[in-house]
Design a protein around this ligand. Structure first.
Ligand SMILES: Cc1ncc(COP(=O)(O)O)c(C=O)c1O
Length: 373
C-alpha cells in the first residue's frame, strides 16, 4: 500500500487550459491577463476592493506590514503559535514582536492575552487564522479601535472561512487594514506557490503595487523614489489561481465532508477533535487533533506509529518563543505560553488534502484507532 499523503492538491478544472494559454501566448512573466483577473476575483471573493498578487504568503506579510509604515521599534502583537513567516515579517520591518498564547480549543490567538500585552508602544495586531478556524475578529476589531491599532490579518490558512461580527458573516481576509493569503500547494486553492495582499484603501494598494515591483519610477523607469522588492507573481501562477478559484465552493464543501467523516470516525478516542465556535465557519484547511493527557506518548511518537501504518501527518507549529534561533538572538527570554507549548507537543494534523478519498479517510481512522486503543 502506498502512503496516504498529508496533502495532495487536485487540479481537475481549467488549470491546464489557462496555463497552456500563458505558454501559447508568451505571457509567462508577471504581466498578463490572469494576474489582473486573479487579483480582482480573489479580492471580490473575500469582499475587498484591491488585490495585490505576490510570489508567496511569506512575502505578502512582509510587504503588507511595510505598507503601514509603522515607526521602527514599535510593537506588533502576534501569536506564538504560528509559522515563522509572521515573526519574520515583524523583524524584517524593524518592529518589535510581542507574542501571545493561543486558545486551547481553536489554537488561534488568545484574545485576553492580546489585551494584556497592549502597551503604549503597540502599533499593530497580527491575527493569524489557524487550520481554517478564524480568530475572533469582532474582539480584535474592538481592541484595535480602542487603542488605535492597525491590523495585519494573516488568512493564509483560512480561504473561505467566515467570522460573524455584529451579526454579519464576513470572510477571513476582509478584516485587516491589510490582509494576506498564501496559495502554496497545500492551501484550499493553490497556484503552486503564490500569495496576495488585500486592502480596501486605494493609497495602500498603490504603495503595495509599487513596493512589490521595485518601486520603478512612473515617468522614468529607473529613477526610484522608494525602496521595494521583486515580489511579483507570474501570469502562470495566476492562471492556476483563476482556475482553482472557479472550484472553491466545491473544494470547501469537500473539506467539510472530510471533517464530518473524521469527526464521526474518531469519536470517543482520547483525542481533542477540532472545535468550531458559534461565531465561526471553518474551512477546515487541515484536520488537526491533540492527544489527551491520558495518552502515554507524545505527538512525535503518534506520528511515527501512524507512518508505520502508511499514514503521513504533519506536526503542529513549535511556538516562536521556543525557537532556538530567536532565543539565541535574545528574544522571548520570559513570558508564559503554556497552551502553545502543550499543543506543540501533543498535536498533529491528519491527511487533509483535496485529493483524499473516503476510503483513505477510513484507513486513517482505523490507523488512529489502532494506535490509541
Ligand atoms: C499562517 C501562515 N502564514 C503564512 C504562511 C506563508 O505562506 P507561504 O508558504 O506561501 O510563504 C503560511 C504557510 O503555510 C501560513 O500557514
Amino acid at each position: 500500500m502506498s502512503i496516504i499523503p498529508v496533502n495532495e492538491p487536485l487540479l481537475p478544472g481549467r488549470e491546464m487550459e489557462y496555463v497552456n494559454d500563458c505558454i501559447a501566448t508568451g505571457w509567462i512573466s508577471s504581466a498578463g491577463k490572469y494576474i489582473h483577473r486573479f487579483e480582482k476575483e480573489w479580492a471580490a471573493y473575500c469582499g475587498r476592493k484591491f488585490g495585490i498578487a505576490v510570489c508567496n504568503g511569506t512575502v505578502a506579510l512582509e510587504l503588507a506590514l511595510s505598507a503601514l509604515e509603522i515607526p521602527t521599534r514599535k510593537e506588533v502583537v502576534l501569536p506564538s503559535f504560528t509559522i515563522v513567516s509572521c515573526l519574520e515579517a515583524v523583524l524584517r520591518n524593524g518592529l518589535k514582536p510581542v507574542l501571545v498564547d493561543c486558545d486551547p480549543r481553536t489554537y488561534c490567538m488568545d484574545i485576553s492575552d492580546v489585551r494584556r500585552k497592549i502597551t503604549p508602544d503597540t502599533a499593530a495586531i497580527m491575527p493569524v487564522h489557524i487550520y481554517g478556524h478564524p480568530v475572533n475578529m469582532g474582539e480584535v476589531l474592538r481592541i484595535a479601535q480602542e487603542h488605535n491599532l492597525k491590523i495585519v490579518e494573516d488568512a493564509a490558512e483560512a480561504h473561505g472561512a467566515e467570522c460573524r461580527v455584529e451579526g454579519k458573516w464576513r470572510k477571513c481576509g476582509s478584516f485587516g487594514d491589510v490582509s494576506t493569503f498564501s496559495f502554496y500547494a497545500n492551501k484550499n486553492i493553490t497556484c503552486g506557490e503564490g500569495g496576495m495582499v488585500l486592502t480596501d484603501d486605494p493609497g495602500l494598494a498603490e504603495k503595495l503595487r509599487n513596493r512589490r515591483n521595485l518601486c520603478f519610477g512612473g515617468k522614468e523607469r529607473f529613477r526610484h523614489e522608494g525602496r521595494g522588492w521583486n515580489y511579483r507573481m507570474t501570469n502562470i501562477q495566476a492562471a492556476m489561481g483563476c482556475a482553482q478559484l472557479e472550484q472553491i465552493d466545491r473544494f470547501i464543501a469537500r473539506k467539510l465532508e472530510m471533517a464530518d467523516l473524521y469527526n464521526q470516525g474518531l469519536q470517543g478516542l482520547p483525542l481533542q477533535l477540532p472545535h468550531v465556535e458559534t461565531w465561526a465557519k471553518t474551512s477546515v484547511w487541515m484536520y488537526a487533533v491533540v492527544l489527551n493527557d491520558s495518552v502515554p506518548f507524545d505527538a512525535a511518537e503518534f506520528a511515527r506509529r501512524l507512518v508505520d501504518q502508511d499514514v503521513q501527518t504533519r506536526p503542529f507549529f513549535m511556538g516562536m518563543h521556543e525557537q532556538p534561533v530567536y532565543r539565541e538572538m535574545g528574544f522571548f527570554q520570559d513570558g508564559s505560553f503554556p497552551v502553545t507549548e502543550r499543543i506543540y507537543r501533543r498535536g498533529l494534523y491528519l491527511p487533509s488534502g483535496q485529493a483524499i478519498t473516503d476510503e483513505q479517510i477510513e484507513t486513517v481512522i482505523q490507523a488512529v484507532k489502532k494506535t490509541l486503543s
